[in-house]
Design a protein around this ligand. Sequence first.
Ligand SMILES: [Zn+2]
Length: 377
Amino acid sequence: MHSHSRRGFLAWALGAAVLERAALRAARAQTQAAATLPTVFDIEKVAEGVYAAVARPSALINCNAAIFENANDLMIVDTPSKPSAVVSLVSQLRRELTTKPIRYIVNTHFHWDHTQGTPACKRIAPRADVISSAATRSLIEEFGAARLEASLEQIPKTLQRYRKQLEAARTDEEKAHYKRMIQETREYERELLAYKPELPNVTFRDDLVLHDKAHDLHLAFRGRGHTAGDIVVFCPQKKVLVSGDLVHCFFPYIGDGYPREWPRTLRSIGEFEFTHVIGGHGPVQQGRDRLDQMAAYIEELTAAVEEGKREGRTVEELARTITPAKLKSLRNGGYGEFVTLCTKRGDAGSFLKTPAEILAEGVRSNVTSIYHSLERA
Ligand SMILES: [Zn+2]
C-alpha cells in the first residue's frame, strides 16, 4: 500500500493528522458555529475496524458512509451531499472512533448525494486519495456541476411547495417538519453555491486491492447497474460489503440505470463472501437476502415493462397497470414491506405517506424510469 519507509510513513501520518485537525477547525468555523452543527449520522460498528455512518433523514438526502479503520489511517466510502454534513461526520468520527487521518476517499458512483461532500472532505484531508471507477470519474466531470446547477434552479419551487404545505399543516409535528425542510433547503442552497466537483485522482477498471496491515480492501467494478460506473468495496477478513446504491434499503433509483444489466451485476457481486452489507441508504443489512430480492425485483419489473413496451403500451398505461400486487418479487421474503418501511423511516419526503402510498409510488416511479432506460446504450 505504501512505498514510504516506516519513519517516512509516521511523519506522513503525523503531518496528515495535524493538517487535518487544523483544516477541521477552520471548516467548522466556516460552515457554522461548531456547537450548533447538528449530528446527521448514527455511527454503528459493523465488524472490528469497520463502521457504518447511517444517515438520518434530511430535506436534501445524505448517503450513508462506510469507514474502514486501517492500521494507521482511514478509508471513507462515499461522502454526504453537503460540506456541513462532512464536517459534522468527521468531527463525530474524531469524538466517537479515532483520530487516525483520512487517507482514502471512495466515490461508489457519481450521484450528488454521494460526491458533493468530497471537496469538503478533501479540504479536511488534503493528502487523501480520491478513488472511483474510470467511468464514474468521467460522469462526475460531465454531469457533476450541471446537475447541481439544475437542482439549485429547482429550489425556489421546492421552497414554495414547502411553504404551502406548512400553511396547510394541521398538527404541530407537521408544522415542525415543514419548517425544518425549509430551513435545511435554504442552508443547502447557501452551502452549495460555490461548489466545484472534486475529480478522483485514482481510477481503475475492474479491480483495485489495497493491502493494509489491518485488512485487505477490494474495490470492484462488476458491470453497469444503478449507473455506468458503480463500484463496491469488499473486505474479505471482516466479511463486509459496501455497496453504494447498487444495493440499499430503499426502492432502487433507476433514472441513470441499466435495468437489463443490473440484476446480473448484483449476482456477480453476490459472489463475494460477505455477512454484512453497508448500502448507500438505510440500515446495515445482514446476509445476502436483500441483494437477491432486489435483483429479482428489478428483473421482474424490467421484464414486465419490456413486454408492455413491445405491445405498444404507453408509459402512463404501464405505470397505471403494473401495480405492486402484480409483482411476485415484492412478496418474496417480505421485500416490498422492507423497502417501504425503510423509505418511510429514512426518507424525509415520505413523512405522512402511508406504506401503501409509498409502495405504489416506488413501483410507479421505477416503471417510468425503466421505460425510459431500456434503450440506454
Ligand atoms: Zn445513487
